[in-house]
Ligand binder design. Sequence first.
Ligand code: BGC
Length: 718
Amino acid sequence: MTLAEKAGQLSIYSDPMRIGTRRQINPDAGPKIDNGLAQRIREGRLIGLFNGVGAAEGRALQRLAIEESRLKIPLLFGADVLHGFATVFPIPLGETASFDPGLAERTARAAAIEASANGIHWTFAPMIDIGRDQRWGRVAEGAGEDPYLGSLFAAARVRGFQGQRLSDADSLLACPKHFVGYGGAIGGMDYNSVEMSEQTLHEVYLPPFKAAFDAGALSTMSAFNDLNGVPMMAHRPLLTGLLREQWKFRGIVVSDYTADRELVMHGVARDDRDATRLAILAGVDISMQSDLYNLHLPSLVERGEVPMAVVDEAVRRVLRVKKLLGLFDNPYRSLDPVVEQRDTHTPAARSLARESARASIVLLKNEGQLLPLRKSSQKIALIGPFGADADNLAGPWSPFSDMKDAVSLEQGLRAVLRDPASLKVVKGCDPEQIIRGGLDEAVAAAKAADIVLLALGESQDMSGEAASRADILLPAVQQALAEAIVDVGKPVIVLLRNGRALALEGAVRDASAIVVTWFLGTETGNAIADVLFGDHSPSGRLPVSFPQSSGQQPFFYGHRNTGRPQTNPKDPYWKTRYRYVTHEALFPFGHGLTYSQFRYGEPEVGSGKLAWDGAITIRTKLTNIGTREAEETVQLYIHDRVASLTRPVRELKGIQKLKLAAGASRVVSFKLTRADLCFYDAAMNFIAEPGEFEVWVAPSATAGTPKVFVLEGSPLRP
Ligand code: BGC
C-alpha cells in the first residue's frame, strides 16, 4: 500500500450524498467531497463513509471500491444507530429504566437487523458515558448515573448489535463511546473539560467500557473532552497504555467528529499537522471528518515524525476488522435492496418497540391509586404541548427514524378508550413558548373534565448533543400551565417527556400522580396507554436520581458521606446540604412504583461472615401484598463502613426482576464475593479491605435497612 492509501484507510467522512436524515446532526466541517467522492473511492482514500443510508446506493459505492480501486479494499459504512433505525425504541436512558439488560440486547439486535438491511456495517453505539450531572444533554443517550447498571447495559447492547458472528449480514460492529470521561464535563456543559480523580475514572467511568470490550466490542470512539488537562484525542496512557497494553483491546479507535483537529483549539497542538501527529501517536486509528490524516500522515511519516510502524499497525487493525465483518469475503454484505425492503419496519420490531417502551415507563407517584384509569365513564382532558405532538416522539439521536406511522400520546389513548370522544386534547402552550389563548382553553378543558392528563416536559432538541441546560426545570411556560390547571381542582396525572432527570416544582411536583415517559419512540402512545389503563403494570425504575432542586447538580446516589452528612432533614444546620434544600433525592435512583405493593422481609446474611476467598449469600423474602400481579425490581446495595479511602454511601451490586401474583411470595437471593467489594486505594491498587460492610436488599437506593457482614482477612493481604 502507498502511504496515501494507508492514510485513506484511516480516514472516514460523513456521506455527502446519502445523508439519511432531515436534521443536521453535526456541524458543517471537513472537505467538500460531494463531487470528488467517486474519485476518492477509486484512489482508495477513505475507509468508508458514515451516516449515509440505502442498500442500492451503498452497493453502487461499494462497486466502485471493489471494481475500480487499485487495492479493492471494501468500504465500511458507519452510522449513529443509538436506539433504533427506522423503527425507534426508547432513548437509551429510558430503556435503562427497564433495569432489564436482556431487553436492551433485544432492541439492539432489532436495530442491527434494520440498520444493516439499510446498508450499515458499523454503529457508533452504544453510548456508555456515565451521566451524573443532569444538565448534560447527552445523559439521554447513555445508561444513567450508575457504573454497575451502566456496565450491564453496555455489554448487553454490544451483544445485541454484534449478534452471533460479526460476519453475519445483520451484525453491526459496535462502538462503545466516548472513551472516556466525557460525561464528567464540568458543570454538565457539553464538550467541557473534565477533572476527576484516577479512582473515580477507574471505578465509575471506565467499567462500562471494560464490560463492553469483554462483550466483544471491536471499536471505540475517543472523546472530545480533555481529562485532567490531556485531551482524550491525545491521551496515549489511556488509549494505548490502558486500552491496548493492559486490556488487550484489538479493535479500532475512531476519533469523534473533527476531534483531532480540535487539539489545536484545546491548545496542545500547534497546527493541524501537529494535531495529526499527536492523535495517531496516542492511538487514534481513524480520523473522522477533518481529513487531517489524509492531509498530513504521509508527510509526517516521510519526515520521520511518525514511525511507519505506527501507521501500519493502525491500518492492520482496520483491515482486520473489515475482515472480521466478512467484507473481504462478501463486500456486498448488508447491501441488498430486497433485504432492505424485507427488514425495514417489520412487525417484530414494531411489537418490540411497544414492549420496550412500556418497560421504560416509570411511575414516580400514585396518590390515592389514581392510576390505572378506567377505559370508560369519565371525561379526560389531555393538556400540554406533548398531547397531540408527533414531532418529539423519537427523541435525540434518532437521525434515521421514520415516524410516519408512529403513535402519538393522543392516538394511543383514543385507541383504548371505549368512547374516543371522552378525550379532549388541548395544547395550552408550546414546549418553550406561549400560545395566545392557550392557557384559557386549557383551563376550560380541565373544568369540563373528570380527570386531567398533563403532558409536559422537554422537546427532543432540549437533550442530546450540544443540548446542555443551565437548569433542569420545566420551561416556565409549562410550569405556568401546570399551576393554572391544578388550580381548577381536578385530579391531575403528570406525564413527563424527558431526556434527563428533571427538577420538579410546584404543581407538577405536588400532582397526585407522576409518570416518567422519556422519549419512547415509535410506539409512544400505545405504550403509555398500556400503562395508564392498567393493561401493563408499570415496572420501570429511575436510572438517574431526581433531585429536589436544579442547583443540586451533579446529584447522584453513590456520593460519599462527608464528615457532616445530613442525617436528619429537620436538623439542617452545619450539614452537607444547600440552604432550604434537603439533601435527599425527591425520587431516588432505583425508585419506581407498580400497581401493586411489595413487602421486603429482613435480609439474611447467613453467618454474617465472608471468607477472603469465599462467597456470601444474601436472602430476602419478597411478598406481593397488593391486589394485582406486578413486577418488582429488587436491588442489592453495599457500603464499606471503614476503608482507607472514603467510599460511596451505597453501591449497587445486583438487580433482579421478579413477577409475582397478588399474595405470592418468593425468596430472592444474591451472592457477593470479595471481588464485589474492591475499590482503588490511594496507590491505585484494586483491593478489598477486610472489615464490616452494610448490605441492603431494597426497592431503591435510599430505601431499606442494612444488615452487616464482615469480610474476613488480614488488611495486609494482597
Ligand atoms: C458525536 C458522536 C457521533 C458523531 C458522528 C459527534 O458529534 O459526539 O457521538 O458519533 O458526531 O455523528
